[in-house]
Ligand binder design. Structure first.
Ligand SMILES: [Zn+2]
Length: 379
């Protein structure tokens, strides 16, 4: 917010400095737009031009006492800048031929930012709902950290959730649904942060304080599981065949029929029955990595050899086909066909923020941290 505001003030100051011909009217109680425009010493014809050759009335919306309207006259055009007490700014330009345009770059939607915090006693959903947060917002929070942690499993009693949420003003008075701009999860041994960064193309990403993307190229988990029933091991006693056999994946226990998703985008290179694996799917991701999902109860009909899948796309359902003692997912992660422990591997991240983008993100983080700190100072 600060950078936009200072940019705006800077631009205004420049305009003021360059233009001797400027007037400003502060809206009084009971003022109409026509009345205000007349106070700027425009002729009746010009007032008529402004009102009827543009979307002025619609763009400005309701006038409130304290709102400001400035007129800047230059050789070739006249600018009208409306600034509400809530921070909404709309700039219009009237060209010499009388056409009026809204100047989009300066049309800044005001935003409301607020702190939301709660501690965990039961679960993210129960405690978050009790603190007044919507399901959608809580789901968005879980999605932001999906590559880092599983809220249903990893949150413990006493953990703190601290959020800064933003709501945009739409059509004057209505606020858009809240969006997370900053999230901090304070656990006994770990503090995680997610800082929103919007790039020049408008893409939204979440980063930690080092500028690393929270989005990994692979999701940690291929399903919501209750526990790891057998971990990755190159030497283990096989539960069915006995003897020492490597377990080249992890067994994730879950109810029969639980959905299983692809952990990254890729291409299906196998979907069908594969010996002891039972119903299984193998997905190739890029040139070096493949993932395998075994003992499925069923495979989604659209998942066939050659199908393209996206991260988190549901590909099948947990079962116990093949050699399995009970319903679970056997999940493998291979690099250059060498099995790796999916739970221990440091999954690659998307591109980090660098340069100005990183500095901008850090400056915003400071602002969010200050907001969070002030909350705790007063309570
Ligand atoms: Zn297994």
């Amino acid at each position: 917010m600060w950078h936009w505001k200072s940019l705006l003030i800077f631009l205004c100051l420049c305009s003021w400095a360059l233009n001797a011909n400027a007037t400003e009217v502060i809206v009084q109680k009971g003022d109409t737009l026509t009345g205000v425009l007349k106070k700027t010493k425009l002729s009746d014809f010009e007032v008529h031009q402004w009102l009827y050759a543009s979307n002025l009335v619609k763009e400005i919306g309701r006038l409130d006492p304290g709102d400001k309207i400035k007129l800047l006259t230059e050789a070739n055009d006249t600018q009208l800048i409306y600034q509400s007490t809530t921070g909404k700014v709309v700039k219009f330009i009237k060209l010499a031929d009388g056409t009026v345009m809204v100047d989009q770059p300066l049309k800044i939607r005001p935003v409301k930012r607020s702190f939301q915090g709660f501690s965990i006693k039961h679960s993210l959903t129960v405690d978050g709902r009790a603190a007044g947060l919507s399901y959608n917002l809580l789901q968005a929070l879980a999605d932001i950290f999906a590559w880092e942690m599983d809220f249903s499993r990893d949150l413990k009693d006493g953990d703190q959730v601290q959020l800064i949420v933003e709501q945009k003003e739409l059509d004057g008075r209505y606020l858009s649904p809240p969006e997370i701009v900053f999230a901090k999860i304070v656990q006994k041994n770990k503090i995680r942060e997610a800082i929103r960064h919007v790039d020049a193309d408008g893409h939204i990403g979440f980063y930690n304080s080092k500028g690393q993307s929270l989005v990994r190229s692979f999701l940690r988990d291929p399903l919501n599981y209750s526990r790891i029933s057998s971990s990755f091991s190159l030497h283990r006693q096989h539960p069915v065949f006995g003897g020492l056999r490597p377990h080249s994946g992890v067994d994730l226990a879950a109810k029969r029929g639980s959905p299983v998703w692809a952990t990254s985008t890729g291409k299906v290179i196998f979907a069908g029955i594969k010996g002891g694996y039972g119903k299984a799917i193998i997905i190739k991701h890029g040139s070096r990595v493949s993932t395998l999902y075994a003992h499925l109860d069923r495979i989604c009909p659209e998942i066939r050899n050659g199908s393209l899948v996206s991260a988190k796309q549901i590909i099948g359902y947990v079962g116990s086909t093949g050699v399995a003692t009970g319903p679970h997912l056997h999940y493998e992660f291979r690099i250059d066909d060498q099995p790796k422990d999916p739970m221990a591997i440091d999954l690659p991240r998307l591109k980090p923020l660098t340069g100005m983008a990183y500095l901008k993100m850090l400056a915003e983080r400071q602002q969010w941290l200050a907001m969070v700190m002030s909350e705790y100072a007063y309570t």
